[in-house]
Ligand binder design. Structure first.
Ligand SMILES: [Zn+2]
Length: 431
């Protein structure tokens, strides 16, 4: 049986992954947990999300499905942050007999939940059509994520990474997390680039430790169970109550839809599009850097490197009209929030300098307004200034926002180094 849970947390506490880890332990009484639980991130632009728009699922082999379902429902009832207005849990159960029949439709639902904007009604009507066991609390928004996680579990094969989540003892929830940051830095070095986003070296920040009142102590992301385990075990911290390793769509770019035309871009979706920069980047109040781009049909839109992307903005500020790029990111308020970019080509920029004397090789001086240039020593003359190419100082290649600004779903360039470097030029992972 597949069990999926979504939207049990609030800004103040709980975490759907913690509930999943807890239930996996408690349900051992009724059967065996099969394989790895999954942690699915959905469309990152959805405003209802509590913290990260994550949902979870795991599989259990059991001869007591009714008891299992009752246990899950009663624990969600007890532990979900139901008092929070934003928390609307959903749980979906898929029996073994059902799974083959619903696999394809739920697979499509999973991809839609990552890329599109679904309504609660979409989930409820699919649950009714397929005749699935489920329970929604309050408005039942969590049924969307729960159903999507079932679809992911039934259709393994999507690009995936892993996350090791360590949870705090209950007494510690809401207090400052005690983690030795030096040990985190050492642990990061030991396994990078097979793990990533543990620390942000450029911005001097440990990014694997959350700050809210939830049970997560830290999370280590990587490309396999082994590297995330090695790194996590190197971290010295307060006691860990339990941990779980999830297979996840984090770090896969699954949210990105490739498009060619700006006209095809919709609000609250995420895209990858090749464009030409059409205005010089401008940094507005708040430190956000904005520039306009044009597609091959001449349509224009704004792209932004917002303040939280920190040092990434320094790169974007060097762009000039005519530069050719592929920008990737989510679109909100008609603006694409750049999370990753690939430079295709840069325009050659020239500046005029005083001409060089052909006799002595020194720079000529102006001979007076409208008089051209002259070498004082040799008397050589030139009518006009010399145009020289300005070094742009940006190597062609792929760039990304730093770990402190990374979207859960965004594929880190640390994952792209081998495969992409041959066809796309150099890769510059932010670290
Ligand atoms: Zn000279």
């Amino acid at each position: 049986m597949i069990i999926s849970i979504d939207d049990t947390d609030s800004r103040e506490g709980m975490c759907t992954t913690y509930l999943c880890a807890l239930l996996m332990d408690e349900l051992k009484e009724y059967g065996n947990i099969k394989g790895c639980p999954i942690l699915i991130r959905l469309n990152p632009t959805i405003p209802y999300k509590t913290r990260g728009n994550a949902s979870t699922a795991f599989e259990i082999t059991t001869s007591e499905p009714v008891k299992v379902m009752e246990h899950v429902i009663s624990r969600v009832n007890e532990l979900a942050q139901l008092q929070s207005e934003m928390t609307n849990p959903g749980v979906v159960f898929i029996s073994d007999e059902h799974s083959e029949k619903v696999k394809e439709q739920l697979g499509e639902f999973f991809l839609k939940a990552v890329r599109e904007v679904l309504q609660i009604e979409d989930a409820k009507s699919l649950i009714a059509t397929l005749g699935l066991h489920s329970k929604g609390w309050k408005n039942g928004r969590g049924l969307i994520g729960a159903l999507a996680a079932c679809g992911a579990m039934l259709n393994l094969g999507w690009d995936h990474t892993y996350e090791y989540l360590a949870y705090r003892e209950k007494d510690a929830w809401g207090t400052k997390r005690q983690v030795d940051e030096d040990s985190v830095r050492k642990a990061d070095i030991a396994t990078y680039p097979n793990t990533w986003d543990t620390v942000d070296i450029a911005n001097n920040a440990v990014v694997c430790i959350p700050h809210a009142g939830d049970p997560v102590l830290f999370g280590v992301r990587g490309n396999g169970i082994e590297p995330v385990t090695i790194t996590s075990q190197m971290i010295s911290s307060e006691p860990v109550e339990r941990h779980a390793i999830y297979m996840t769509d984090q770090g896969t770019d699954l949210h990105l839809i490739p498009v060619e035309r700006i006209a095809d871009i919709k609000e609250m979706h995420s895209y990858s599009i090749e464009v030409t920069v059409s205005t010089c980047p401008e940094t507005i109040r708040g430190g956000h850097t904005i520039l306009s781009v044009r597609d091959d049909g001449g349509d224009e839109m704004d792209c932004a490197a917002y303040e939280p992307t920190k040092n990434f903005r320094e790169l974007v500020r060097k762009f000039l009209p005519g530069d050719r790029m592929v920008f990737s990111g989510s679109v909100k308020n008609n603006t694409l929030n750049i999370e990753k970019l690939k430079i295709i080509s840069l325009v050659q920029e020239h500046e005029s300098v005083n001409p060089t004397c052909s006799e002595c090789g020194k720079k000529m001086k102006s001979a007076g307004k409208g008089q051209g240039y002259r070498c004082k020593k040799c008397g050589t003359k030139a009518d006009s200034a010399e145009l020289v190419e300005i070094e742009r100082g940006i190597p062609i290649g792929m760039y990304e926002v730093p770990p402190c600004a990374r979207r859960h779903l965004a594929k880190p360039l640390a994952r792209c180094q081998e495969k992409e470097s041959k066809k796309d030029g150099k890769v510059f992972p932010s670290r």
